[in-house]
Design a protein around this ligand. Structure first.
Ligand code: GLN
Length: 390
């Protein structure tokens, strides 16, 4: 058996018997969800999707749509225009709280409902169907397949969504929301009712983990700076009023949804998604949290623990008659440049007087201009003996 599949299954088996929490019951179709459903998927850098459990069961995306709609808005309007209407501060409040900034009326962030409704209002034109179509098309590019709306869940959301309407009208009173409130709110309900599987979510997350490029389709969905902005907001605000403790324990940008979905991003490594409908008091999936906590711990995925690669660009040294060639690989950032400067000084000191030292940066996977500049400066220190190829 594939070792990744076996590992994912072991993790699922460990949490399967845990039955804390309850399914969302504010609409009949969510209340009817089978609480035992359990699924887990990961998507790595080469776009391989590995999944176990109920991985072909569809459920509604709910709040996990929020980061992706934020991404679409940032891509289309730019950061300043979006931040003029919605903040990026953790609210420390439940998802449906009246988290509005005093004075401006800007919602605290785009991961709570008030902010998500405003972000949703920034996309598309016309009635709720055409606005939602724009959004669903964008979500589909993240997923790499055509997604659809569950009309029954949508009707339930619309029939019960009075608090969301109230939040939207509050933002209207401050001129924050774009467009007609009833249209925007129905669009948001359709957005929440988009059907996905755990595999779709993992692909969507991987697209953010890999800088906006869907690793399965190869399509660039959003710019790299947009993906980074969205992942940052997920890190501080993605788990509602559990976001701080989540960041401490699991250390991965994430987003949860009331259907039991949980999405986590391991930047440059994986998109990870779980589905298990029983929720804790914050509205986050109980078993989803347990799965991610374990995965992050066992594989050292916490974003704030030391990660070696960045401090250690690959270095291979070839010596031949009168020539030393230093081949660089991987990523060259500040710490890597600092390390390289030491290596080059040692080489220059130890080399026979008229040896030429050539630094070959042509195979770097990622080089930050400021780090390259530091290396170039080091060349000046050693006069004409050091050459740089990029
Ligand atoms: N449709 C839900 C709402 O807007 C989504 C909330 C959630 O997933 N936390 O209330």
């Amino acid at each position: 058996m594939d070792p990744i599949v076996r590992m994912l299954e072991t993790v699922l088996d460990d949490v399967r018997g845990r039955d804390a929490g309850g399914v969302a019951d504010y609409i009949p179709s969510l209340a009817a969800a089978d609480p035992e459903r359990l699924a887990f998927a990961v998507v790595g850098p080469r776009g391989r999707v590995t999944s176990v459990g109920d991985d072909d069961v569809e459920f509604t995306i709910q709040s996990v749509s929020k980061p992706f709609v934020l991404a679409l808005a940032l891509e289309e309007l730019g950061r300043d225009a979006v931040l003029a209407r919605v903040g990026v501060e953790p609210s420390g409040e439940p998802f449906n709280a009246i988290s509005l900034e005093a004075g401006t009326g800007r919602p605290a962030n785009p991961m709570v409902n008030a902010g998500a409704i405003v972000t949703s209002s920034l996309l598309g034109e016309g009635d709720e169907f055409s606005r939602a179509e724009t959004i669903v098309a964008g979500l589909s590019r993240f997923a790499g397949r055509t997604l659809t709306v569950d009309e029954e869940v949508y009707r339930g959301e619309s029939e019960t969504g009075h608090r969301n309407r109230a939040l939207a009208y509050l933002t209207r009173s401050h001129d924050i929301i774009r467009g007609d409130v009833p249209t925007v709110v129905e669009t948001y309900f359709r957005q929440c009712s988009v059907l996905v599987t755990v595999r779709d979510l993992a692909v969507m997350g991987a697209t953010l983990a890999f800088g906006g490029v869907n690793p399965v389709t190869g399509e660039r969905v959003v710019r790299e700076d947009v993906a980074r902005d969205v992942v940052s907001v997920m890190a501080s605000c993605g788990m509602y009023d559990y976001s701080g403790e989540w960041l401490l324990r699991v250390g991965l940008p994430a987003k949860s949804g009331v259907s039991g979905a949980l999405l986590a991003i391991a930047p440059s490594q994986f998109g990870v998604a779980t589905f298990s409908p029983r929720l804790d008091r914050h509205g986050n999936s109980v078993r989803g949290i347990q799965i991610l906590e374990r995965m992050s711990g066992e594989f050292g995925m916490h974003v704030f623990e030391p990660h070696e690669a960045i401090a250690a660009p690959g270095i291979r040294i070839d010596r031949s008659e009168g020539r030393v060639v230093v081949h660089l690989g991987g990523e060259l950032a500040f710490s890597g440049a600092e390390r390289m400067i030491g290596v080059l000084s040692d080489l220059a000191d130890g080399a026979v007087t008229d040896d030429t030292i050539l630094v070959d940066g042509s195979e770097l996977a990622r080089a930050h201009p400021a780090a390259l500049e530091l290396l170039r400066r080091q060349l000046e220190v050693h006069g004409g003996r050091l050459h740089f190829l990029d």
